[in-house]
Design a protein around this ligand. Structure first.
Ligand code: GDP
Ligand code: IMO
Ligand code: MG
Length: 429
């Protein structure tokens, strides 16, 4: 794998962290390329559970070097806390092992306050953001008024830039009728203290990644969010503000088109979504509750970042084929197959319908999904517990049929089947 990209094929929380952890045993470099601490990636290794928001999941393997690419928006306070938390479990984090792009953008308390004020102003049209300041930080970037991480090398310039930025934010907050006013000097002082610690980590990540590839090293890029949350290709406007799809890995790390190889699409065996927006296969009632879980297990469907209950639905092959297309996915990894054991019924949406007209693909992208009616294929159920199974042949025939149907509907091989959150709970085909 010289340069492999792992992407979420649904609305996020597919188990990308879990799959990256698995694949990172063979990668020398692990990289995040988009988003910020709106992401929440869970990795379970033996007794240890890591909840990662900014660091690449593969960093828990001691042989790897982690990269945070230019496509990211980084809250330095959150990053320092996460570095500290991860170090307490014995994982070493140092400028040798972690490189932060000089061209990533900083999230500030100003962006976070704007995120909250904008959501509140949207009223019933709210997006349901994670309130981590993601949208406003990317807005600063595209309006060319953002604070790049390179500023951490120059505390004097950083101080002036933060004060100017917070003063502007305060004006914006006033126009949004927000009561809060932020203390620009205090925030600038905090950011200068973050710079003291983080400056040695800031470097040209694109150059580092390029040289690594030239030297024959392998890079594993870890997508955050999911295809249907992509700013261009998702269910706009109910999306995040970045490019989590596979092409975002090139732009977001500063690597050229020819470098990418394998694109692994991570698919949950059913489907979830956090926040607002259309969801054609959404379930309610007992089945949704059963698939969500009560929250007592770490893997139950409650947001890793916000704790919100995730919305639940059947697997949607129309959207999955779309994800295969826009990402150029070359193989699939299916997670949480174990959760389907013991269900009374099971279904996959294989097509959409409007009146008499059937749709196998989306005619105009996923923005206006509410017009479609999902059509389902019933699938056979099984009772067996899958969590101890490690080979394809040992899976119940109905579970194998379920995976094979996903392969038929997408035209792609499912090379990894995950049957539990722990590193070893997996079937490799
Ligand atoms: P990500 O954002 O795509 O990395 O996914 P999250 O970590 O937010 O959510 C996936 C959740 O499912 C985590 O709690 C994982 O530990 C858990 N998980 C991943 N794969 C499996 C699996 O095969 N079975 C079970 N039961 N849990 C899994
Ligand atoms: P991982 O990497 C699931 C959703 C939010 C909201 C929308 C916009 O763990 O899969 P934002 O704060 O980004 O402006 O919110 O995107 N969202 C996610 N949903 N998993 C994520 O990340 C998400 N990151 C953002 O819930 O609907
Ligand atoms: Mg998540």
């Amino acid at each position: 794998m010289p340069f492999s990209i792992v992407v979420g094929a649904q609305w996020g929380d597919e188990g990308k962290g879990r799959i990256v952890d698995l694949l990172a045993s063979e990668a020398e470099i692990v990289a995040r390329y988009s988003g910020g601490d709106n992401a929440g990636h869970t990795v379970s290794v033996g007794e240890l559970t890591f909840k990662l928001h900014l660091l690449p999941s593969g960093i828990v393997h001691s042989h790897t070097t982690g990269l945070l690419g230019n496509g990211m928006v980084i809250n330095p306070g959150v990053l320092l806390e996460e570095m500290e938390r991860v170090q307490q479990t014995g994982v070493k984090i140092s400028p040798d092992r972690l490189k932060i792009s000089h061209a990533a953008h900083l999230i500030t308390p100003g962006h976070i306050a704007l995120d909250a004020a904008q959501e509140s102003a949207r009223g019933s049209q709210k997006i349901g953001t994670t309130k981590r300041g993601i949208g406003p930080a990317y807005t600063s970037k595209v309006t060319r008024s953002g604070l790049r991480t390179a500023l951490l090398h120059s505390p004097d310039k950083l101080e002036i830039a933060v004060i100017e930025h917070i003063n502007q934010v305060n004006d914006q907050l006033t126009s949004l009728d927000s009561e809060g006013s932020l203390n620009a000097e205090k925030i600038a002082t905090d950011y200068c203290s973050y710079a003291d610690i983080l400056a040695p980590y800031i470097t040209d990540v694109g150059l580092f990644a390029y040289k690594a590839l030239v030297d024959g090293k392998s890079i594993l890029a870890e997508g955050a969010q999911g295809t249907l949350l992509d700013l261009d290709h998702g269910t706009y406007p109910f999306v995040t503000s970045s490019t989590p799809t596979a092409p975002g890995a090139l732009v977001g790390l500063g690597l050229g088109i020819g470098t990418a190889g394998r694109v692994i699409g991570v698919v949950k065996a059913f489907q979830t979504r956090v926040g607002e927006g259309p969801f054609p296969t959404e379930l309610s009632g007992d089945m949704a509750e059963r698939l969500r879980g009560t929250g007592e297990n770490d893997w139950d469907e409650f947001g890793t970042t916000t704790g919100r209950p995730r919305r639940i639905g059947w697997l949607d092959a129309v959207l999955l084929r779309y994800a295969v297309r826009v990402n150029g996915i070359s193989e699939l990894a299916v997670t949480k197959l174990d959760i389907l054991s013991g269900l009374k019924s099971l279904a996959i949406c294989s097509r959409y319908r409007i009146g008499e007209q059937e749709y196998l693909d989306l005619p105009q992208g996923p923005a206006d999904l509410s017009q479609f009616q999902a059509e389902y294929e019933p699938m056979s159920v099984w009772d067996d517990d899958l969590t101890s199974i490690r080979s394809w042949d040992q899976l119940p025939v109905q579970a194998r049929e379920y995976i094979t149907r996903i392969e038929d509907l997408t035209g792609l091989p499912v090379k990894i089947v995950s049957v539990g959150p722990e590193r070893s709970q997996v079937i490799i085909r």
